[in-house]
Design a protein around this ligand. Structure first.
Ligand code: SF4
Length: 509
């Protein structure tokens, strides 16, 4: 076991091996650190996480650059060896009971913050979100704001609990403030998601349920029939339960990659089945090469209120690299066409940190987007997803460095502000570059209610189609249960009845 090039991790008084591992891998390669082996001799650096669970909860994290021997960690307190770096926190019951104090309740987040503080000193690397590794960091800021804390006090509380930086804490506070009017727990309100799992080609970074139309064309008519069955089935039980649909989101995939007849059919069925007049109704028209005047008319005739045309980048070379068969010119032409046809709520998605892009190229994308002036902008940070072609061929691409990606997302924030938008939803993903986030910006009043609910989970989302994930929120808003439809198109068609029965049981609860 002796290996002087290792970092040994010793944890005492708290069960957080997994959470510690999630943080450690943001600082070091997986094979550099190892959890302290019982009854074995070690040699190397040691990170010691010590927790005392008494009336006042105490945690200390210490880093020793070199320790050696058998049982050395267990006997540290009886030696005079001093840590090279350390950090500690104490939290009392009364602090937790103060307004906003619930943020201090999670011992794992607090201990994680100390790990981040100590390892930042050791490595010089800063984590913008401190000890937060989850998908939905806005929930913490929301808790503070609901307790009546000001923006400044929310920032202080988040920084104290998680060791995140002040800018990110401020961003979370802004997003929570924008979301609050839309996040009411209401067991009678639901949102609908419909998945169209087809695209004209697969993007380099994609891990969504998306199959190429060229290959899957023969299955599309049967898919639409199965989807109709699912939509009508859900329509009947939600009607019997007297549930109100608040928003509809047709995504995928790229719904506009369907032929005009199939696209119209799906939207007609939705309109026939649910009372959805005058509510937010989004259709993703992500790829400009799938948009035609005829399809835009179909969207208009079916009362679509919001569409998304997604450049990802306005650089022709990058579009090729990521496997999209269209030009930057196609994006602006189709955007203009949609505007002329009266679409007054258009979102655009872009990605910071696309392979081979530098800051200048990203700024160019932002400038072109400012010229088009969409109503909302979703800024994704590049994430290397396991199921993507990018992950499979990672050695063929140059990933953008942390500081460049940070500068890109900052430039996007300024650009959104310039276009009169504010941040209104935010989430994070595994393996996201620079450990950053995806942020949705929108002009006030044009925030996507579906996106907010999908992230903050205040109301039930019933999702239909291959790979769709429904989320059922309990009456008090505290419990979220998920049901999954199978991903593969053929299996979805075959196993639909079984999925419907499962869904019915959840809706009728
Ligand atoms: S457009 Fe979206 S869903 Fe389709 S392949 Fe690209 S990333 Fe995947």
């Amino acid at each position: 076991m002796s290996d002087p090039t290792r970092l040994w991790i010793a944890i005492d008084g708290i069960d957080m091996e997994y959470e510690a591992w999630l943080l450690l891998r943001l600082f070091f390669k997986d094979d550099y650190f190892m959890f302290y082996p019982e009854n074995e001799s070690i040699s190397g650096s040691v990170l010691f996480i010590k927790v005392k669970n008494e009336d006042i909860w105490q945690c200390k994290v210490e880093y020793y650059s070199h320790l050696e021997g058998y049982d050395v960690v267990r006997n540290l307190s009886s030696t005079r060896i001093q840590p090279d770096y350390s950090s500690s926190v104490t939290v009392s019951e009364s602090e937790i009971n103060q307004p906003g104090g619930r943020v201090l309740k999670s011992k794992k987040i607090l201990a994680g913050a100390l790990i981040v503080e100590v390892l930042s000193k050791v490595t010089g690397k800063q984590l913008p979100y401190g000890s937060l590794t989850g998908v939905r960091p806005v929930k913490l800021a929301m808790g503070c704001i609901r307790d009546g804390l000001s923006k400044e006090d929310t920032i202080k509380m988040l920084v104290k609990a998680t060791a995140m930086n002040r800018d990110k804490a401020g961003l979370l506070s802004d997003v929570a403030n924008a979301e609050i009017p839309y996040t009411k727990t209401d067991a009678r309100s639901i949102h609908l998601y419909v998945g169209i799992p087809f695209c004209t080609s697969k993007c380099l970074y994609c891990s969504f349920t998306s199959y190429p139309t060229g290959v899957f064309k023969p299955l599309i008519p049967d898919y639409i029939k199965a989807l109709e069955k699912e939509i009508r089935f859900v329509g009947q039980i939600t009607k019997n339960k007297n549930l109100t649909v608040r928003s509809v989101y047709v995504g995928g995939g790229t719904p506009t990659s369907l032929d005009s007849y199939s696209l119209n059919r799906v939207l007609e069925i939705l309109n026939e089945t649910f009372h959805i007049k005058n509510i937010e109704f989004t259709v993703e028209a992500g790829r400009p090469d799938t948009i035609t005047e005829e399809k835009l008319k179909i969207l208009k005739n079916n009362d679509i209120t919001r569409i998304s045309i997604n450049p990802q980048t306005m650089n022709a070379a990058t579009l090729k690299t990521i496997g999209r068969n269209h030009t930057p010119g196609d994006i602006s032409n189709k955007f203009l066409m949609a505007r002329e046809m009266g679409f007054n709520n258009i979102n655009m998605d872009i990605i910071a940190g696309l392979p081979n892009e530098d800051e200048e190229m990203f700024e160019y994308t932002l400038e072109r987007i400012e010229e088009m002036a969409p109503d909302s902008l979703t800024v994704h940070t590049m994430a290397v997803k396991r199921a993507s072609r990018l992950h499979e061929n990672i050695n063929s691409f140059q990933l953008t460095s942390d500081n460049v990606v940070e500068a890109m997302t900052e430039a996007a924030r300024r650009s959104a502000e310039k276009m009169g938008m504010r941040p209104y939803y935010l989430y994070r993903q595994k393996n996201i570059l620079a450990n950053l986030e995806n942020t949705g910006y929108a002009k006030p009043g044009l925030e996507c209610i579906y996106n907010i609910n999908s992230m903050e989970e205040f109301q039930t989302i019933i999702a239909m189609g291959a790979g769709a994930i429904s989320k059922f929120v309990s009456h008090d808003g505290k419990k979220i249960e998920r049901t999954y439809n199978v991903k593969e198109v053929a299996q979805y068609i075959e196993r639909l009845d079984e999925m419907l029965e499962r869904k019915k049981a959840f809706i009728l609860r």
